[in-house]
Design a protein around this ligand. Sequence first.
Ligand SMILES: [Ca+2]
Ligand SMILES: [Zn+2]
Length: 443
Amino acid sequence: MIRKTTTLGLFLVAFVFRISPAWPAGPILVDNETTGAPVMFQSGNVTFNPETSDGNSAAGKLGRLTNEEAIGLVTELFDDWKNMTLAGVGVASLNVTQGKGLGNVDQTNVKNHFSYCPPGENCPDESSPFVTGSARSGQSPIIFDGDGSITDLIQGQGASNDVLGFAGPRLVQRVGGVLYISESQAVLNGKFVDCPTGAAAKDSCQTPEVAVEAFKGAIFHELGHFLGLDHVQVNLASANKLLAGDATEAAAIPTMLPLYIDGQQQLSPHEDDIVSLALLYPSSSFPDSFCTIQGVVYESDGTTEFQGVNVIARNVANGLNESVSFVSGAFYTGSAASCNAKQGAYTLRGIVPGRSYSIEIERISSTFTGGSSIEPCDPPIGGFDSQKVEGSFSCSKGGDVIKGGSVTTTNIITTKKSSTTSGGSGGGESSDDDSGGGCSLIP
Ligand SMILES: [Ca+2]
Ligand SMILES: [Zn+2]
């Protein structure tokens, strides 16, 4: 989704296709036309419009869950986002309200509610405020795809066996010069929770199927996109360990990782998810309770700014669970063609006073492209080595901005050969085609 920033028009188009963006620890949309700032619902006021049953018990279901149960899950999980805390401080100011119901949504009327470009069709770019497809309803729909048929319609036949859900902002509007999300949308795929109690292990309903608790992790993730959050990359090694059967670091896997690895674990937000939310919807106490680390990432010449580097701050005493990330140059204006905006600034928020942090850099996984890409570069930037910045960084009171540490400053010079002298790219060129908005969460 996020393709960058280019024009807003491109974004959405992207949405159309697939989806998934990712600005580590950040927003799914950035206003690269004027402010370079993240885009969120104005004043944190979010109204969602769920599919409703209209009194027909067979309608509006999510797999085996009734419509009422499905709406209850969405409400509960929005509350979980809203009530997030960091070091005992409520981080977000968010008002989520359930708006008018959509009535029953199925393949025949989904176009009235959900904006998309059907697979195989060419849909024109839309200019800002942008919307793709037919729906621009003044609502922010959450559709319960009871049996996966809507997912197949929108994402392509068979997609319902792989995609747990997809979501993202679909319409933005400028108010007083500031760009805000005015509509978001989501589809949750009930095919993953449709087995009746006691279904046999080889019943066809089991493919695909996950426990409701695990499915909640997917809903939680999609609601994050609905609110405007992007993916994050932190503790990828912990995720890989879990995939290999070692669950010792499972709690370190963020909700907004582009991968669905363990829905139940990902139902618990990681610190990076919490700070991502605060970046968009900070509570009044957030800015004065926490510090900020600011710096710039450079190529090896020490002067050319370098965009697309994942910068991570970790509490030295608990680095896996207490860590935040930010991709250099994610907030910027202008063109991001080839990820060559020459902007390397990074801002790590949610730094707890009195804790000592290390700073490191790494590449975004080369597998996070297209629907799983992490902005502002798709494919991810390569050509540099992971490194740890020397020394440690801390602050004594909230509101402070940290630009230096015990040994070095927060400015980071990478091993990336300067593009002005080498002429070669170190890989990771970004093309300017679209990638999508929103997300297709695949197990
Ligand atoms: Ca199933
Ligand atoms: Zn996602």
